[in-house]
Design a protein around this ligand. Structure first.
Ligand code: FAD
Ligand code: NA7
Length: 516
């Protein structure tokens, strides 16, 4: 058995869920080789991989209902209240746009079309439930013990569990992986925020349309939710405290928000809400102020729903981590991890959103989980590489990127040492439809030195994620600008524009792509 941590020795008796559990005296035997707390993207991938490699594994997954009372099943954030329902609803909005275009392509639709939220929500929820079931079956097939139990560390090898009926259990494990993810935050100083607001934990499970909605927060969760609502024809306002998509390339962020503004999302820039109050009509009156204004004149409007997208907090409360010796980052509350995902307790690991400094994305949680399982099973020593992870923001104008933003490249290499190639292109499908293509843009950030290694790729336009996935791989393989130019495009696509890019920002030449 792995050496016990100092944390374990410090604990004489452990308090779990209000009851004292006796300290365990370990022999070489544990109930499991691995216990994973959290059955989301990272936890499921890790537990399945470990079991496949012959480890005896249990995974605990327990969903605390949202503040509003929304509940869901196995699979974590991505499956239930994140990527999957979000992308399906985004697709519903994209279909709406396609319907608008279709007349020009010869389709005759019978009368005005409208959208029915209940039908979409039901379909999305049914699909999500099928995924919940699929995960249960997979765990069973791979002989992973699934426990619908809320876990908490007793000591470095002991997990105390509590199920929804209040029954307690204790498991022991050689290794423990914490993969408990995060949950949406509410603002702390806005009266009525928790009482009357919803979050992304609720939106996709609403049986009825949220109606006229205020979305607060302009990171990608806020923008994506506002984009979906606008795309489904709802009156949508987005309140932005400072900038949109902080951390992303800001020129690209402005294209995304410019496109949203032009297509019906109302923006309140530089504003923060001060109160939410429920009127006798059931409507929510929201008051807000401008952040920069000296005399804080309050403005107000009424909404059917207020959706907070003001960030996410790691789900570590109640895990008993500091008591066991697992260190948390004092600023973020996330678990401090080493490059091999190890926490400050030698046999306790953390992966995914709950781990400090990791991208909050499903594929990184999944990959980190699998690689960790292989290392724990003694099959590999490969570490997760968190560099150059691609991502896409599924706003109405999709934005995909990998590598450095122009700002980050400038900071790291200096303005004079980078070359930025760019192009405004027109997707073929926009031509007959007469859609505005002024926001369809590509940017390739390169080192200026001879090989011109590509540092970052940025793309706005249709199917941005599909376009960038392959290029992201080439960037990880050391892509240079010359190789990009040598690549043979696939015609006629938006992706091929990346292979044709040749105008540098420095030249000041018009970057509009003309002709084939
Ligand atoms: P999670 O998937 O959150 O799983 C953690 C699980 O642990 C949960 O089921 C939780 O209930 C459970 N748990 C917590 N505490 C305990 C406990 N004490 N005992 C037992 N179980 C516990 N990522 C992308 O890559 N692409 C996207 O398009 C994308 N869209 C997103 C959209 C939204 C609206 C949101 C909110 C997120 C999105 N993400 C997206 C991020 C992605 O969902 C997360 O990065 C990913 O789910 C993190 O996986 P995880 O394993 O760390 O945690
Ligand atoms: P982020 O990335 O933490 O962004 C939070 C956003 O909310 C950001 O625009 C903030 O503005 C804004 N914010 C935060 N607090 C407030 C208050 N009190 N009032 C108004 N606006 C506020 O969170 P997300 O949930 O969007 O995304 C988190 C991850 O989840 C993401 O990486 C995905 O992988 C999934 P600021 O820029 O600080 O001014």
């Amino acid at each position: 058995m792995a050496a016990f941590s100092a944390g374990r020795h410090r604990l004489k008796r452990l308090c779990t869920f209000g009851v004292q559990i006796p300290r365990r005296h370990f022999t070489a035997e544990c109930d499991y080789d691995l216990v994973v707390i959290g059955g989301g993207s990272g936890g499921l991938a890790c537990s399945k991989e470990a079991a496949q490699l012959g480890q005896k594994v249990a995974v605990l997954d327990y969903v605390e209902p949202s503040v509003r009372g929304t509940r869901w099943g196995l699979g974590g954030t991505c499956v239930n209240v994140g990527c999957i329902p979000k992308k399906l609803m985004h697709h519903a909005a994209v279909l709406g746009l396609a319907m608008e275009d279709s007349g020009r392509f010869g389709w005759r639709l019978p009368g005005p079309v409208s959208h029915d939220w209940a039908t979409l929500a039901q379909a999305v929820q049914n699909y999500v439930k099928s995924l919940n079931w699929g995960h249960r079956v997979q765990l069973q097939d791979r002989r992973v013990k699934y426990l619908n139990v809320k876990g908490r560390l007793g000591d470095a090898h002991t997990i105390a569990g509590l199920d929804s009926r209040g029954r307690e259990m204790t498991l022991t494990a050689k290794n423990i992986v914490i993969a408990t993810g995060g949950r949406p935050k509410y603002p702390t100083h806005v009266p009525g925020a928790r009482e009357f607001g919803i979050t992304s934990d609720d939106l996709f499970w609403l049986k009825e349309s949220p109606g006229k909605t205020l979305v607060v927060g302009a990171s990608y969760v806020g923008l994506e939710c506002a984009g979906v609502l606008t795309g489904l024809g709802l009156d949508t306002t987005l309140m932005v405290r400072s900038v949109a998509l902080r951390g992303f390339d800001q020129q690209m962020a402005r294209l995304v928000t410019g496109h949203m503004e032009a297509h019906g999302t109302r923006f309140h820039w530089g504003c923060v809400p001060t109160s939410v109050e429920k009127l006798p009509s059931g409507l929510l009156r929201v008051k807000w102020v401008e952040v920069e204004r000296v005399e804080q004149e309050e403005r107000e409007d009424v909404f059917d729903s207020v959706l907070w997208a003001v960030g996410r907090a790691p789900d570590t409360a109640g895990l008993n981590l500091p008591e066991v010796g697992v260190q948390l980052d004092p600023d973020t509350g996330k678990i401090v991890v080493a490059t091999d995902e190890r926490t400050t307790v030698s046999n306790v690991y953390a992966i995914g959103d709950v781990a400090e400094g990791r991208p909050e994305l499903t594929p990184t949680a999944v990959q980190a989980g699998k690689l960790l399982a292989r290392r724990l099973a003694g099959q590999s020593s490969q570490l997760m590489d968190y560099e150059n992870v691609p991502t896409t923001v599924f706003t109405p104008l999709e934005y995909g990127c990998v590598g450095l933003s122009e700002e980050s490249a400038e900071r790291r290499y200096g303005r004079d040492n980078i070359e930025v190639y760019h192009a405004f292109y027109k997707p073929l499908e926009f031509t007959i439809a007469e859609r505005d293509a002024s926001c369809c843009y590509i940017k390739v950030v390169c080192e200026r030195a001879s090989a011109q290694r590509v540092l970052g790729l940025h793309f706005t336009g249709p199917s941005a994620g599909e376009v960038l996935q392959g290029f992201a791989l080439s960037l990880r393989c050391g892509l240079t600008y010359a190789q990009l130019q040598d690549a043979v495009g696939i015609h006629p696509t938006c992706a091929e524009e990346l292979t044709k890019i040749h105008i540098t920002k420095r030249s000041g030449l018009d970057a509009t792509v003309t002709g084939c």
